[in-house]
Design a protein around this ligand. Structure first.
Ligand SMILES: CC(=O)N[C@H]1[C@@H](OP(=O)(O)OP(=O)(O)OC[C@H]2O[C@@H](n3ccc(=O)[nH]c3=O)[C@H](O)[C@@H]2O)O[C@H](CO)[C@@H](O)[C@@H]1O
Ligand SMILES: C=C(OP(=O)(O)O)C(=O)O
Length: 422
C-alpha cells in the first residue's frame, strides 16, 4: 500500500501546466467504440481510471495503445465481444459509459453495476430509463444488466435531474440512432460539451451541448478523427486551492478560466487574489483567507468535486463558513479526517459548518474517495508537521503523479510504498 507523506507549512510557489480532464477523457474513450476507423485522443491524463477504460476496450477486442505520452489511439474495428467484465465495471463509475456506445453500434451490451467514488447511492435509473425510451430492452438479473435493441430510435427525453453521466450516455446512444433525439434538463458541464465536440469531429450532428436542451440528429456512421481533451477544471481548482491554503503564489498554464467561474469567484470572496490572462491563471494569497459560504450545484454552479478541497481551505479561514452539498447525499467523508487534524466542523445531513481554527496539525489520515483525498492533501500541505495520507489509490484515479506535480511547486511531499495500514 502506498501513502503520501507531506511535511506541511511550505507555501506553494511556481508555475505548472494543467492536463486534460479525466471526466472528459473517459466518456470520449468510451465513445471511440462507435467510430469506424482510428481515434487519436490527445492530452489524456495517465490515471488509474483511464487505464481501466483502456483495459475494458481491449477486453472488448479493440486495439488500444499510448502512441505518445498523453496520446491514446483506439481502433474499434476489431471489437468482437459485447460483455464488459464485471471486475472492470466495479473499478470506476465511468464503465457505465460503454452502455450507450455499445448499444448504438452492436445492438447489445451486457454490463453490471459500476463502481466509482462512494459519495451517495449513485443509481443509474436515468441512464436505463433513457435507453428504454430510445428503444432498448433492458433485463436486470443476477447483478447483470443486459441491454439489447433492433435499432435505437430518436425521441424526446427529459431528465429528472441534469445528470452528467446520463446526458453523456444518452447523447452517445442518440448519435447513431434513427432520427432526432432531444434531451431536456441536460447537464451543462464542460465535459458534456467536450464529448459533443469529439462526436462532432467524428461526423455526428449535435446542437446545444453545454446548454440545457441537447438535440442529436442520428447518423449511420462515425469516422476516425484526432481530438484534444479539454483541460481539467477540477485539477485546476485543486491546485489553486492548495496554493491559497498554503499562502503561496502559483501560475497555471493551459487552464480554462471560463469553466471555473464559481470557484474563482468564491476564492476571490475569501480575499485571495486571482488573475486571469487568456489560458493562464495566477493565484496569490497575500492575507489570511476569510470564511465564505457556498452550496454545490450542477454547472455553472459550484462543482461538487471541489467541495472537499475548498472545505480544507476554510478550516483555517477567519470566521465560520457554511457549506451545503446539494448534488450527492454522502459527500462529507473527509470531515472526520480533517477533524483528526484539528479542524472544527459540524455536519448536519448535507450541511457542514466550518469554524476556522488557528492551524491544522499533521496526522495519519485516510482518503475515502478521490476528492476527499484531494482535501487531505490540501490540509496536509497547510498543516504543522507531518501528514500521512492512506487510500492513495483513490487520489491516483483523478490526479496524475500528484506528488511530482506538487513537488514542482515546492511542496515537500513523497510517495512511500509498501506501508502497512494502521
Ligand atoms: C466520470 C464523471 O464525469 N463523474 C462526474 C459525474 O458523475 P455522475 O455522472 O455519476 O454524476 P451525475 O451528474 O449523474 O449525478 C448527479 C446526481 O444525480 C443522481 N443520479 C444520477 C444518475 C442517475 O441515473 N440517477 C440519479 O439519481 C446521482 O445520484 C447524484 O445525486 O458528475 C458528478 C457531478 O458533477 C461529478 O461529481 C463526477 O465527478
Ligand atoms: C466523483 C468523481 O469521480 P467518479 O464519477 O468517476 O466516481 C470525481 O471525479 O470526483
Amino acid at each position: 500500500m502506498d501513502i503520501l507523506r507531506i511535511h506541511g507549512g511550505t507555501p506553494l510557489n511556481g508555475e505548472t501546466h494543467v492536463y486534460g480532464a479525466k471526466n472528459a477523457a473517459l466518456p470520449i474513450l468510451a465513445a471511440t467504440v462507435m467510430v469506424s476507423g482510428t481515434s487519436v485522443i490527445e492530452d489524456v491524463p495517465d490515471l488509474e481510471d483511464v487505464r481501466v477504460m483502456m483495459q475494458i476496450l481491449e477486453r472488448l477486442g479493440a486495439r488500444v495503445r499510448w502512441s505518445a505520452p498523453g496520446t491514446i489511439e483506439v481502433d474499434a474495428s476489431t471489437i468482437n465481444k459485447t460483455d464488459v467484465p464485471a471486475e472492470l465495471m466495479q473499478r470506476m463509475r465511468s464503465s457505465i459509459f460503454l452502455m450507450g456506445p455499445m448499444l448504438a453500434r452492436f445492438g447489445e451490451v451486457t454490463l453490471s453495476k459500476p463502481g466509482g467514488c462512494v459519495i451517495g447511492q449513485r443509481p443509474i435509473d436515468y441512464h436505463l430509463h433513457g435507453m428504454r425510451q430510445l428503444g432498448a430492452k433492458i433485463d436486470e438479473q443476477h447483478g447483470y444488466i443486459r441491454c439489447t435493441t433492433r435499432r435505437l430510435v430518436g425521441t424526446s427525453i427529459t431528465l429528472d435531474f441534469p445528470s452528467v453521466g446520463a446526458t453523456e450516455n444518452l447523447m452517445m446512444a442518440a448519435a447513431l440512432a434513427d432520427g432526432v433525439t432531444v434531451i431536456e434538463n441536460a447537464a451543462r458541464e464542460p465535459e458534456v460539451a467536450d464529448l459533443a465536440q469529439f462526436l462532432l469531429a467524428t461526423g455526428a450532428t449535435i446542437d446545444g451541448a453545454g446548454e440545457d436542451t441537447v438535440v442529436v440528429r442520428g447518423c449511420s456512421n462515425l469516422h476516425g478523427s484526432a481530438y484534444r481533451i479539454v483541460p481539467d477544471r477540477i485539477v485546476t481548482g485543486t491546485l489553486l486551492l492548495a496554493a491559497a491554503a498554503t499562502h503561496g503564489e502559483i501560475t497555471l498554464h493551459g487552464a480554462q478560466s471560463g469553466h471555473l467561474g464559481a470557484i474563482l469567484q468564491k476564492l476571490r470572496d475569501t480575499g485571495v487574489r486571482v488573475d486571469v490572462d487568456r489560458d493562464i491563471i495566477t493565484v496569490k494569497c497575500e492575507q489570511h483567507p476569510r470564511a465564505v459560504d457556498f452550496r454545490t450545484a450542477p454547472f455553472p454552479g459550484f462543482p461538487t468535486d471541489l467541495q472537499a478541497p475548498f472545505m480544507a481551505l476554510l478550516t483555517t479561514a477567519n470566521g465560520t463558513g457554511v457549506i451545503h452539498e446539494s448534488v450527492f447525499e454522502a459527500r462529507f467523508k473527509h470531515v472526520d479526517e480533517l477533524k483528526r487534524m484539528g479542524a472544527d466542523i459540524a455536519v448536519d445531513l448535507r450541511t457542514a459548518v466550518v469554524r476556522g481554527v488557528q492551524s491544522l496539525s499533521g496526522a495519519r489520515v485516510v482518503a475515502s474517495d478521490l476528492r476527499a483525498g484531494a482535501a487531505l492533501l490540501v490540509a496536509g500541505l497547510m498543516a504543522d508537521g507531518v501528514t500521512e495520507v492512506e487510500g492513495v489509490h483513490h487520489i491516483d484515479r483523478g490526479y496524475q503523479s500528484i506528488e511530482r506535480h506538487l513537488q514542482t511547486l515546492g511542496a515537500r511531499i513523497e510517495r512511500v510504498s509498501n506501508q502497512v495500514p494502521v
